[in-house]
Design a protein around this ligand. Sequence first.
Ligand SMILES: [Zn+2]
Length: 499
Amino acid sequence: MRKIKIFDTTLRDGEQSPGCTMNLAEKLEMAAELDKLGVDVIEAGFAICSDDDFNAIREVSKVVENAKLVSLARCNKKDIDRAYEALAEAKHPMLHTFIATSDIHLKHKLEMTREQVLETIKESVSYAKTKFEFIEFSAEDASRSDKDFLVQAYSAAIENGATTINVPDTVGYTTPLEMAELIKYLKANVKGIDNVDISVHCHDDLGLSTANSLSAVLAGATQVECTINGIGERAGNTSLEEVVMGIKTRKDFYDAYTDVNTKRIYKISKLLSTISGMVVAPNKAIVGANAFAHEAGIHQHGVLKERSTYEIMNVEDIGIPQNKMVLGKHSGKHAFKDRIESLGYDIDDRALEEAFIKFKNLADKKKIVTDTDIEALLIGNNASVENPMYTLKSFMVNDSDSISSFASVSILDNKENIVEAIGKGNGPIDAAFGAIDSLTSNRAKLVNYSIQAITEGEDALGEVIVRLSSDDKTVIGRAVSTDIIEASLMAYINGLNKL
Ligand SMILES: [Zn+2]
């Protein structure tokens, strides 16, 4: 069987998607989790793009042990130098350099001739080779480029030291058959291609990114670029979980495998949706809430008799908690810790203490605490604010359909002062947020507010995610509670603490 490498770009291409910006703590948590997931390559950012990106790559370098760590760079010395600096402490550094090759991009974006592009590739890849052992070269917009020019571009990159050539379908334009033909054509014509990895990077504008990637694998690609939950520019990137489970479930067909530990897929999917605020659609393949739900009577009957009648994958293989054991208010810290560990979380003593207090509070309100509840208490916790500026102390809301809503909120600041204010607004949440704004002199704008039930039943935990933006900064605030107003206030305050 052939090994297919997984190149994850959640932290670079994924983070570029609207509203998906992550702060440093969140990126670090994601990077550590990606490394545990077993991906071969992690693209951590675009070093020259901003100081934030540069710092993130630097810090991520310290937590990634096994995967190759990549910074993106355009084909020029300045970009390459900056990437090299950012990756100085990476255990396995790698450069990803790119230039567009399609006539549309040459004419309208680069204003360069094909000869100039070829010259640039030679110069920059050979320069990069003086600093990096591993270099990936991407021909941006490859799927809309002239095939013979692509052959020249990739041949030049390999000749000058590229160890991976990447074939991006930058605008999500290609089709599975066309992608396979392109890979075969490149394999037959690019000089030295047998000695390098052939990578594909597909976007999902027409809903074909996974199909195009897998088709490329069949035609000889050895690496797929993807993101968790398929986040990314516009309609997103190829989703990692679909490619990995596609290859695993149909290894008879692809005759290939990946090194991804699939049992960690669900956890990382959940982590990303929590910290990015990008909720996964219930019908999303592999990780959607309904991906393993059987509604039709005939299907239920079949699955109960023999799982494989209607299920092609094992829920356990993806690491979805099965609620096999429940905890209650009499459960001790030991049982709680056991449960946490069996869910795949490594937790230090401080975090355990915090989580246990939350668990006890929850157990007082809910008779039965399920794995999903515990997960909701834990996830994204490492990215929580360590010494929060504000903490919610108490609140009271008064809501009516005939007069304005009023809220009285008191918060504790980091100097142990309790301050209180009253807000008036259009509904209880608006009124309470107004009170918090006046207490914190907040000028950030609430861009998005979402609420969803995490578990079933009337005592379900509600999860609130708010997106706040001020100047050039956007943050996500999140909280869970059995009381949705409390969850809303805590999420709002969590966002302000991050700002
Ligand atoms: Zn992309």
